[in-house]
Design a protein around this ligand. Structure first.
Ligand code: 13P
Length: 339
C-alpha cells in the first residue's frame, strides 16, 4: 500500500474546478439507455460513444477522473491508444467500477446488498496494471415504509468498508458510494434522517476496517425529497446536504463527489452550486455525475456519426456548468451560452 500515491490520487480527483465523469454503466444499463433512443448496444457503439466524451476537446479543464467499466478500460481510441493511456496524457485519472451490482438482501424484501468482494484482490491487481488509480463501489439504500432496515444499512456499509480496505491495499483510491435512492414519495426530512444514519454507519465501518480516510473519496447522494414527494427549494437541499455531511464526514476526507441520481441536468448543477455558495467546507465538494453529464449528449448523438461533434459540445457545456458550480459561480445564463 503506497499511502503517498493514495493521497496524491485522491487530491487530484477532487482538484478545484474539476469533477468526475461516471461512464461505467454496466452492459444492461447502457443497453437500456441506448435502446430507449434506438441505438444498437454493440461493443463498437459503446466504444464510439465513450470515445466521444474522452476525446472532447478541453475535457481536461473540467474533468479530473473518469470511471470506466471493465470492457472500456481495455478499449482504445480510433488511433489505437488505450483509453487509460489517453486519459493519463491529459492528466485525467482513470478509474474502474469494481462492484458486481446489487442483489436482494435475504429476509429483507425491497432491499439489496452490493456484491463483488470475492476475487476482488486479484481484480484490483489487474486493474492497477491496466492503469486504474481509483475504483468505485455503489451501495444502494431504499427509502420506503419501515425502510431502510438496520440490517441493510449495516450490510451495505460493511461491504463498502471491506472493498475500500482492499482498494487501498492495492494503492487504488476507493470511491465510497452509499446512494440513498430518490425513488418514492418521502419528504426531505426523511431523506436527511436516513442519509445521516447511512453515512454515520459507513464511517464507523470504514474506521473498523482501518481505512485511511485521507485516501478515499466519498460519493453520496444529496439530501433531496423523493421523486414523488413534496418538492424542496434549491437552497433547502443545499443547507440540509451540508448539515448532514458536517455531522457525519470527518474533515480528513479530502473530497466529496456527489452522484446525480436521476436529478435533471440543471437541478444537479444548481444544487451543487448552491452547496458551494454556502461557504468554506473542510472537503472539496464536486460532482461525479453519470446521467447529469451524459443524458443530453447521448440524445444529441442518437447513434449518428455526423452528430458526434454536437454531442461532444453538449457534454462540454454540462462539464463547464458543473465546473463553475464547484466554486459556486454558476449562473442560469450559462445554460444559454454555447461552449
Ligand atoms: P448518476 O450521476 O447517474 O447517479 O450516476 C453516478 C454513478 O456513478 C452511479 O453509481
Amino acid at each position: 500500500m503506497d499511502t503517498d500515491l493514495l493521497q496524491q490520487t485522491a487530491r487530484k480527483m477532487v482538484a478545484p474546478g474539476k469533477g468526475i465523469l461516471a461512464a461505467d454503466e454496466s452492459h444492461p444499463t447502457i443497453g437500456k439507455r441506448f435502446g430507449a433512443l434506438g441505438i444498437e448496444a454493440s461493443e463498437e457503439n459503446r466504444r464510439l460513444y465513450r470515445q466521444m466524451f474522452f476525446c472532447s476537446p478541453g475535457i481536461e479543464n473540467y474533468i479530473s477522473g473518469v470511471i470506466l467499466f471493465d470492457e472500456t478500460i481495455r478499449q482504445s481510441t480510433d488511433d489505437g491508444v488505450p483509453f487509460p493511456q489517453w486519459m493519463n496524457s491529459l492528466g485525467i485519472v482513470p478509474g474502474i467500477k469494481v462492484d458486481k451490482g446489487v442483489k436482494p438482501l435475504p429476509g429483507h424484501p425491497g432491499e439489496t446488498v452490493t456484491e463483488g468482494l470475492d476475487g476482488l484482490r486479484d481484480r484490483l491487481a489487474e486493474y492497477f496494471e491496466l492503469g486504474a488509480r481509483f475504483a468505485k463501489w455503489r451501495a444502494v439504500i431504499n427509502i420506503g415504509e419501515n425502510l431502510p432496515s438496520t440490517a441493510s444499512v449495516v450490510a451495505n456499509a460493511h461491504a463498502l468498508a471491506r472493498y475500500a480496505a482492499l482498494c487501498q491495499e492495492a494503492s487504488i483510491v476507493p470511491i465510497v458510494e452509499p446512494e440513498v435512492l430518490m425513488s418514492g414519495d418521502h419528504d426531505i426530512d426523511t431523506c436527511e434522517t436516513v442519509t445521516t444514519k447511512v453515512l454515520q454507519c459507513t464511517f464507523e465501518q470504514l474506521q473498523q476496517q482501518g481505512v485511511l480516510l485521507e485516501g478515499i473519496v466519498l460519493k453520496p447522494s444529496m439530501v433531496i425529497p423523493g421523486s414523488e414527494g413534496p418538492v424542496a427549494g434549491i437552497k433547502e437541499v443545499a443547507q440540509r446536504t451540508v448539515r448532514c455531511l458536517t455531522s457525519t464526514v470527518p474533515a480528513s476526507v479530502p473530497g466529496i463527489t456527489f452522484l446525480s441520481g436521476g436529478q435533471s441536468d440543471e437541478d444537479a448543477t444548481s444544487h451543487l452550486d448552491a452547496i458551494n455558495r454556502l461557504g468554506d467546507h473542510p472537503w472539496n465538494l464536486t460532482f461525479s455525475y453519470g446521467r447529469a453529464l451524459q443524458t443530453t449528449a447521448m440524445k444529441t448523438w442518437g447513434g449518428k456519426p455526423e452528430a458526434l461533434e454536437s454531442a461532444s459540445q453538449a457534454f462540454l457545456k454540462r462539464a463547464r456548468c458543473n465546473s463553475a458550480a464547484t466554486s459556486g459561480t454558476w449562473e442560469p445564463s450559462m445554460e444559454e451560452t454555447a461552449v
